[in-house]
Write a protein that binds this ligand. Structure first.
Ligand SMILES: [Zn+2]
Length: 103
């Protein structure tokens, strides 16, 4: 994840915190618009932050798994794009078709 993506996630989390505070203090009412108003409807503001947090967690778990993985023992390699483990006899990722780098 890039710094800009992380800063955007931080922005969405801050907006969600503010929304919860506004709802609790009675400064906002829980409304769901049709059509939906992104960045305004409380459910969407809060859900956006939750989806972001989920994406970030998946990335962090993947990074941690990568760091803790044995150094490609067991005849496998890890796709640089999607982190799928592939067996050594495959030259492209079985999940996303990204070629194996470095032979
Ligand atoms: Zn892949």
């Amino acid at each position: 994840m890039t710094k800009d993506e992380l800063l955007q996630i931080k922005e969405h989390l801050t907006a969600a915190h503010q929304m919860v505070s506004d709802l609790c203090q009675g400064n906002r009412r829980w409304t769901m618009s049709v059509p939906a108003r992104f960045g305004y409807d409380p459910d969407l503001v809060i859900d956006h932050a939750l989806v972001d947090a989920d994406k970030m967690l998946i990335q962090l778990l993947s990074d941690a798994e990568q760091r803790n993985a044995p150094t490609e023992a067991g005849g496998e390699w890890t796709c640089t794009k999607c982190k799928t483990r592939n067996s050594d006899d495959k030259s492209i990722c079985g999940f996303c078709d990204t070629p194996r780098l470095g032979g």
